[in-house]
Design a protein around this ligand. Sequence first.
Ligand code: R5P
Length: 294
Amino acid sequence: MPEKDDTKKEKNFYVNVQQKNEAFFLKGLNSMDWGMKNRMSGIFNPETGKTVMLAIDHGYFQGPTTGLERVDVTIVPLLQWTDTLMLTRGILRSVIPADYGKGIVLRASGGPSILKELSNENIAVDIEDAIRLNAAAMAVQVFIGGEFETQSVHNMTRLVDMGNRYGIATLAVTAVGKQIERDVRYIRLACRICAELGATYVKTYYVPEDFDTVTSSCPVPIVIAGGKKIPELDALKLAYNAIQQGAAGVDMGRNIFQAESPVAMLQAIRKVVHEGLEPEKAYDFYMTSKNGNR
Ligand code: R5P
């Protein structure tokens, strides 16, 4: 039996206070269910609307990538400065402490290694395992214009269907084969197709020309890929320019964990993404903090 409500305090129904009905902080996702929004709030910082995703999933097709030979040694100490991790279930289960409290973006496609045609991927995780791992999102490569375009789009739409059923987001990663030019028209096309077909958010390459037309014509958030290692100042400029042109964050791997000081680089990237710090100032911060964090 419930206890009797015998408190002496008078009830207050706040009849003159209108209930708030605020839109969700990420664009295009207001119609999603509560669980999906909650999981996306574990990937993106609700205060800034941005994210610094640390991508460490490279091993799913290229094995022990430089900087990821021992994830327990090199990556675990960085976790406190990440907003989320993008990784495979193998590394998640074997190495990442289960008290990591932020959203997990689970690599959900795979198949071919660097020894084969990379675009020939399939879905590589069951939705039940994604739920068991408490994934916030599942990441899938989409090869628009590639040899296995339809197959990769189908991988994405199946993950979207499964993810929507359980409130787990789908991150579509626009992947470009060797034969396709990464210009703004292509990036716009690829991002829009992913969003139209249900991706919760999209990862793509930054292109200097008219990138704001990519973010404005994509109805859901875009995060930019880091790509191969470039000088630290250039990586900070890349992040800054993308954010200024409407990106909602970065999904960066090698430019962080292959930096001379990954801790300092991650902190500098955070300043660019979350505080809008200009790249030259972020680079000064990097240089200063690097000596203490090598
Ligand atoms: C690329 O599509 C894969 O997901 C990569 O393994 C990774 O996310 C790329 O990160 P980065 O290019 O910043 O090293």
